[in-house]
Design a protein around this ligand. Structure first.
Ligand SMILES: Nc1ncnc2c1ncn2[C@@H]1O[C@H](COP(=O)(O)OP(=O)(O)OP(=O)(O)O)[C@@H](O)[C@H]1O
Length: 247
């Protein structure tokens, strides 16, 4: 499932949050998006997932996405997580995932196919196993730690059966054991064929997980390549420090 962005722009009034980004996420690949605060990373993810309107084109496997349509993006196999985990704390952990399973079932051409409650439970438990929360399936989501809430949000995103998974700072606020577990989970998910595009500030995490990173600065793509190469580039260091780099 190849994702192709061509000359994508997003503006908020006079603020050009994304200013002409073109990039391709190859089918089954993992890519990180890094860059200083306010460089447009989240906005780019929001544009791909249809949360904000964009100009330019966003094409997934040859099909152009309708700008500003989260349903359209979901229908084409794009799923995402947010910086703040989106979960329902009044429901149990497994109910949270079952809702996402049900939402995926009732979307698009597979509307006729209803799994039934038992099969939906089995499916939800599988996603909870993937993210390491199976033991807490029957607990209230309200008792989860922040890291567990993020894992649950990831299980919910996976439950929609994505082809491309977008993650907005998934490792933010996680301790080192949780970060390691997340990295392992994302590798497993990617091994199963899901392409991953993630925004992240934790460089060790991105470098270990993503063979390729793209750097945004002031809404533009300033570098794109293997992490070690990109992170040693003077213009990337400048973009981060906000001052000219003198080696
Ligand atoms: N809904 C919005 N309305 C107005 N301006 C916005 C909105 N969302 C983002 N912006 C602006 O767009 C620019 C890019 O913001 P964005 O959140 O995409 O950056 P970012 O690289 O994700 O930053 P961070 O690393 O701090 O999360 C910023 O100037 C921000 O203030």
């Amino acid at each position: 499932m190849t994702l192709e962005l061509t000359d994508v722009h997003v503006s908020f009034g006079n603020v050009r949050a994304v200013a002409g980004v073109s990039l391709t996420l190859a089918s089954g690949s993992r890519m990180g998006i890094i860059g200083p605060n306010g460089s447009g990373k989240s906005t780019l993810i929001n544009a791909i997932s249809g949360i904000v309107r964009a100009t330019g084109s966003i094409v997934i496997d040859g099909q152009r996405l309708r700008s500003g349509s989260p349903q359209g993006a979901a229908w084409r196999g794009i799923s995402r997580t947010y910086q703040t985990p989106q979960t329902f704390t009044k429901l149990s952990v497994i109910e949270n995932v079952m809702l996402a399973v049900r939402a995926a079932e009732t979307r698009g051409p597979a509307t006729w196919f209803q799994r039934g409650e038992y099969r939906r439970t089995v499916a939800a438990l599988e996603f909870l196993t993937t993210v390491g929360l199976a033991d807490l399936a029957e607990e209230s989501a309200a008792i989860l730690t922040y890291g567990q809430q993020q894992a649950l949000a990831l299980a919910r995103a996976l439950a929609t059966g994505p082809k491309v998974l977008l993650l907005d700072e998934p490792a933010a606020g996680l301790n080192s054991a949780e970060t390691e577990a997340l990295s392992h989970t994302l590798q497993t998910v990617n091994d199963a064929g899901v392409s991953i595009l993630l925004v992240e500030h934790k460089m060790d995490f991105v470098s270990a997980l993503c063979p390729r990173v793209a750097v945004l600065a002031a809404g533009k793509l300033v570098a794109d390549g293997p992490p070690a190469e990109v992170l040693s580039r003077p213009d990337v260091i400048d973009a981060y420090l906000g001052v000219p780099h003198h080696a």
